[in-house]
Design a protein around this ligand. Structure first.
Ligand code: DMJ
Length: 578
């Protein structure tokens, strides 16, 4: 989760840990296979395990793309398989809930309109200076807010705005960029956003952009273990010709110990990559993505490595070497650096229509270890999840860790009979603690991190941890807790957040994060994060919808709140390559 945000300097400024070993391996394979059949710029070749050569369409030219076979994914059949309509009001619903939902829709429209007016096509809006921000998380890609907002606009029935966003994707979303991107961020925001937009609307443009971008991420997996590195140069594939060096295409973050990869980054690919496989109609891409090759194998391979390596006390540390497949440090956290790895285990199982039992077991075992070693109760009776540093507990919980209330509730439903209630209680207690971190602040918004030591409970103790950047995790848990318990307090708590956002974060030209939640005259950070539109406003809206709007029976939300369908029917039969 969001390893790139406030933790480290930008990718471009990082010392690089090039990955010579994997390209070398690739080159050796290629040499063993003999000279290339042809060397067209847009085509590379790789050798399969069985020694046969296969072509990798880089999709570098429009002509190359046109030769792709039409998709075999049967969209209409997929839509018919959904158990509930995806959006819209329901007869007889609570008028207060409707009114609150409409207020949240107005906030979304305001956030979108402001972005459109001052920053359209840039990655984020700077609402105080009224301009756009590009940053360096997305490797030259633009329009992060457009892609992140698509499905929220659609679900909220902001039709005109959705069309504006779609048109931008069609006409201006350029994938031929050259820059260093976070594999994780591009995957959760862009691939996730495009996939969700496709599944919700059936518009081909979203699918083709997702597949094309997905291909650009594949070189990150060229490491000795197959564990991807965190940073990828999106523009460098074309320079990696058959017999020339591919090195320099991916790196580890400079701030990550000893060239390691981050658990939450390589552990947060599974949902999107399985859908890239599912949707691929391009024989070349599908071949890569099918059972034994690239995308599927890549994400399944990550699990193999994780199952092989010894876990201290059953816990998963946050840093793993992509070269040796061993842990590099013993820091464990359900917040930043670890978080969405756990989330994707339970969601992989749900998305597989409860067939991926390996993911379920990994989740169950991990949660048991977390509960035993990390979950603690404060003197004041608040349950929290501490961080673990080689056996020593740091009694701190990050805002990011607050997604775990929702995750544990989601998993509780499917726990063994004797554990169900226990996990629901744990989820409710953690969500309550996260609510306390909001309730104890002057703005009623929560800090980036809060602590349980030196007499403090659920409050930030360091100046550097007092900020709020429009993050979603607390309202995400309210949404799941509401859907799974129907306890009205979760709607009340969500409404408190709406009021606080309006009061402290709404400015003339959009919404801004604040630097200190403990003062009612907050300083704004001049940034409307794209996840505010993708997640915070979406989860708030869903909190005031009937349960069958984006029903949890039909959809799982990726870690950026982009809905991906549960695989109830085996569409792959229809969609697979001949
Ligand atoms: C989002 O990009 C995602 O939720 C990610 O998993 C964590 N960080 C941000 C929001 O806080």
């Amino acid at each position: 989760r969001d390893a790139a945000l406030p933790r480290g300097p930008p990718a471009a400024a990082e010392p690089r840990h090039a990955s010579p070993a994997a390209p070398r391996r690739l080159r050796e394979q290629l040499r063993a296979a003999g000279p290339p059949a042809h060397t067209a710029a847009a085509t590379r070749q790789q050798v399969r395990g069985d020694g046969r050569r296969r072509e990798l369409d880089t999709g570098a030219t429009p002509a190359a793309r046109e030769t792709r076979a039409p998709s075999r994914f049967d969209y209409e059949r997929f839509r018919r398989s959904l158990r509930h309509p995806v959006r819209g009001g329901r007869p007889g619903e609570d008028p207060d809930a409707r009114a609150r939902r409409m207020k949240i829709k107005e906030m979304m429209k305001f956030a979108w309109d402001s972005y459109k007016q001052y920053a359209f096509g840039k990655n984020e809006l700077r609402p105080l200076t009224k301009n756009g921000h590009i940053g360096n998380m997305f490797g030259g890609l633009r329009g992060a807010t457009v892609v992140d907002a698509l499905d929220t606009l659609y679900i909220m029935e902001l039709e005109e705005e959705f069309q504006e966003a779609k048109k931008w994707v069609e006409k201006s979303f350029d994938l031929n960029v050259n820059g260093e991107a976070s594999l994780f961020e591009v995957n959760i925001r862009y691939i996730g956003g495009l996939l969700a937009a496709y599944y919700l609307t059936g518009e081909e443009v979203f699918k083709s952009k997702a597949l094309e971008l997905g291909e650009k991420l594949l070189p990150a997996f060229n490491t000795p273990t197959g564990i991807p590195r965190g940073v990828i140069n999106l523009g460098r594939q074309d320079t990696c010709s058959l017999f020339s060096s591919c090195s320099g295409m991916s790196w580890s973050w400079g701030w990550a110990s000893a060239g390691s990869s981050i658990l939450a980054e390589f552990g947060t690919l599974h949902l999107e990559f399985l859908h890239l496989t599912e949707l691929s109609g391009n024989p070349v891409f599908a071949e890569k993505a099918s059972t034994s090759q690239l995308t599927n194998e890549m994400v399944m391979n990550i699990r193999k490595v994780l199952n092989r390596v010894e876990k201290p006390q059953g816990l998963y540390p946050n840093f793993l070497s992509p070269v040796t497949g061993n842990w590099v440090q013993h820091h464990v956290s359900i917040g930043g650096l670890g978080d969405s790895f756990y989330e994707y285990l339970i969601k992989s199982w749900l998305m597989s229509d409860k067939k991926d039992s390996e993911a379920k077991k990994m989740y169950d075992d991990a949660l048991e270890a977390i509960e035993k070693h990390l979950v603690r109760r404060s003197a004041g009776g608040l349950t929290y999840i501490a961080e673990w540093r080689g056996g020593i507990l740091d009694h701190k919980m990050g805002h990011l860790a607050c997604f775990s209330g929702g995750m544990i509730a989601l998993g509780a439903e499917h726990a063994s009979e004797e554990r169900k209630q226990h996990y629901m209680d744990l989820a409710a207690e953690i969500t309550n603690t996260c609510h306390e971190s909001y309730a104890r602040s002057d703005t009623k918004l929560g800090p980036e991190a809060f602590r349980f030591d030196t007499g403090t409970e659920a409050m930030a103790t360091r100046l550097s941890e007092r900020y709020y950047i429009l993050r979603p995790e607390v309202v995400e848990s309210y949404m799941y807790m509401w859907r799974l318990t129907h306890d009205l307090k979760y709607r009340q708590w969500g409404w408190e957040v709406v009021k606080a956002l309006e009061k402290h974060c709404r400015v003339e030209a959009g919404f801004s994060g604040i630097r200190d939640v403990y003062t009612t005259v907050p300083t704004h950070d001049n940034m409307q994060q794209s996840f505010f539109l993708a997640e915070t406003l979406k989860y708030l809206y869903l909190l005031f919808c009937e349960d069958d709007v984006l029903s949890l029976d039909d959809w799982v939300f990726n870690t950026e709140a982009h809905p991906l369908p549960v695989n109830h029917t085996n569409f792959k039969t229809k969609a697979s390559v001949q």
